[in-house]
Design a protein around this ligand. Structure first.
Ligand code: FES
Length: 406
C-alpha cells in the first residue's frame, strides 16, 4: 500500500472537491473501502419510488400515532372510575391507549429509519484501523467532507416529503417522551375535591383525616363481599344493596399475636350488627375507603408478654388501646404495603426492599432503606365496644415529600 501524502496547504485543500476530500479522508484514516455500491444507480428507477413511498408510509403512521398519543394524553377522561360507575370502560382504556399509541409511534419511526438505511444508504464494506491522539486540522477537514459525502449519497437532501415527515415524526416522538412529564407538575397544596375517603387531593390527607372534623370513624375489616343475587318480581338480579364490604371490629375479633388490615368506616356508612338494614346500599362508599391510597392500617394485637416490653414514642403514649396498636400500612420508604407481621419477633417487614419496623417501638425502622417510623393511629373503643379512631394521624402517611415537617 503506497504512502498517503499527509501535508496539504490550505490552497490545495480548497481546490479539492468534496469527493476527493472524502476519498483522501478514508485513506488518511487507514480505511479501506472493500466494497461500495449505490442502491439505485439508475436515475428514475421505479423501485426507488416505491421504496420511498413505503418509508413515507411508516413515517406517516409515526406522526399520526404520536398526535393520537398527545390527544389522548391531554383530552381523554382520566379521572378514576370504580365498579358500577358510568364511563368505566373509557377510563379503563386510558392507559392501554397511551401505551399503544406511544409504542406504535416509536416502532414505526424505528422501522422507517431502519428501512431508510437499508434501502438508500450505499452498500459498503470498510475496514478501519484506529489511532490514538488528537485529530489534526487535516483530519477534521476530511471528516467534515466525509460527513458531507454521507449526506449527499444518502439522497435525503433531495427527498423533501421524507425530510418533512422525518422531522415531524422526530419532533412528535420527542413530545411523546416529554409531554407525560407535564403530569408530574402539580400544585401539591391545591385541594382537588371535598375531604372524604380519598383525602382532599393533597398528599397529607386520607380517609382518617375526617376525624379532625368530628366524624366518628370505625376501624373496619374487609369482608371481601361482592354483589348478591336477589329474586324479585322482575326476576333474578345482582345488587349490592344490603352488602357490607366493611364491618366494624371489636377487640375480641382479633387473637393475640395477630394482625388485621383495617380501613376507615364513617358512622353514616355503617351497615352491620344492630345497624344493619338490608335495603341500604353502602357498598360504593366502602369501596372508596378500600381504594383510598393512604387508608390501609395494620391493627396488631400484641401478645400480653410482648406488650409489657413496648417502648412508647413521646407524645404517643396513649395511642394504643390495651394490647392493640395501629400503624399505617404504607411503607415510609416509597409506599409499598408493609404487609408482613411476624408475631415471634414483632417485626413488620416491607416486601419491596426489606425494610423492617419494630411493632414494640412505635413502628421504628430497624433495618432496610426506610428512615421514618410507620405513623401510629390513635385507637380506642366506643360505648358499644367497637374499635374506633381516637384521632387522626399526627404526621403525614407514606413516603417523604418535600413539604412535610417530619
Ligand atoms: S417501599 Fe418499603 S422498603 Fe421500599
Amino acid at each position: 500500500m503506497s504512502e498517503v501524502k499527509k501535508n496539504y496547504t490550505d490552497q490545495e485543500l480548497e481546490r479539492m472537491s468534496n469527493a476527493e476530500l472524502a476519498a483522501l479522508g478514508t485513506e488518511l484514516d487507514d480505511v479501506t473501502v472493500a466494497y461500495r455500491k449505490e442502491r439505485f444507480p439508475v436515475e428514475g428507477d421505479p423501485r426507488e419510488k416505491s421504496a420511498a413511498a413505503g418509508i413515507n408510509a411508516w413515517l406517516a403512521v409515526s406522526v399520526v400515532t404520536a398526535i393520537a398519543f398527545l390527544g389522548i394524553y391531554l383530552f381523554w377522561p382520566w379521572e378514576p372510575k370504580f365498579h358500577g360507575d358510568e364511563g368505566l370502560w373509557i377510563y379503563t382504556a386510558y392507559t392501554p391507549l397511551l401505551g399503544l399509541t406511544a409504542g406504535l409511534s416509536f416502532l414505526s419511526l424505528g422501522i422507517a429509519m431502519v428501512q431508510y438505511v437499508k434501502k438508500f444508504i450505499p452498500e459498503e464494506i470498510s475496514v478501519q484501523r484506529r489511532h490514538d491522539g488528537r485529530s489534526s486540522e487535516l483530519d477534521r477537514r476530511t471528516t467534515t467532507a466525509l460527513l458531507n459525502d454521507a449526506w449527499e449519497t444518502s439522497t435525503l437532501g433531495r427527498r423533501t416529503a421524507m425530510k418533512g415527515l422525518l422531522g415531524t415524526a422526530g419532533v412528535l416522538a420527542g413530545l411523546v417522551v416529554i409531554a407525560p412529564l407535564g403530569g408530574l407538575i402539580k400544585n401539591p397544596w391545591r385541594e382537588r375535591h371535598a375531604l372524604g375517603y380519598h383525602g382532599d387531593g393533597t398528599l397529607w390527607t386520607h380517609g382518617w383525616t375526617l376525624h379532625d372534623q368530628g366524624v366518628k370513624i370505625y376501624l373496619a375489616r374487609d369482608t371481601g363481599a361482592i354483589a348478591e343475587k336477589h329474586a324479585g318480581a322482575a326476576g333474578e338480579h345482582y345488587s349490592t344493596a344490603g352488602v357490607s364490604r366493611l364491618v366494624r371490629m371489636r377487640p375480641e375479633d382479633l387473637a393475640a399475636g395477630a394482625m388485621e388490615t383495617i380501613f376507615p368506616l364513617y358512622e353514616e356508612d355503617v351497615n352491620d350488627g344492630d345497624k344493619y338494614d338490608p335495603k341500604r346500599d353502602v357498598y360504593e362508599n366502602h369501596m372508596h375507603s378500600l381504594h383510598g391510597p393512604r387508608n390501609a392500617v395494620m391493627l396488631i394485637r400484641l401478645r400480653s408478654q410482648d406488650a409489657e416490653k413496648v417502648v412508647e414514642r413521646e407524645g404517643q403514649e396513649d395511642f394504643h388501646y390495651g394490647d392493640f396498636y395501629a400503624y399505617s400500612k404504607i411503607c415510609t420508604h416509597i409506599g409499598c404495603p408493609t404487609s408482613l407481621y411476624e408475631a415471634q419477633t414483632n417485626r413488620i417487614l416491607c416486601p419491596c426492599h426489606q425494610s423492617q419496623f419494630d411493632a414494640l417501638q412505635y413502628g421504628k425502622p430497624i433495618f432496610g432503606p426506610a428512615a421514618r417510623a410507620l405513623p401510629q393511629l390513635p385507637v380506642t373503643i366506643d360505648e358499644d365496644g367497637y374499635l374506633i379512631a381516637k384521632g387522626n394521624f399526627v404526621e403525614p402517611v407514606g413516603p417523604a415529600f418535600w413539604e412535610r415537617q417530619s
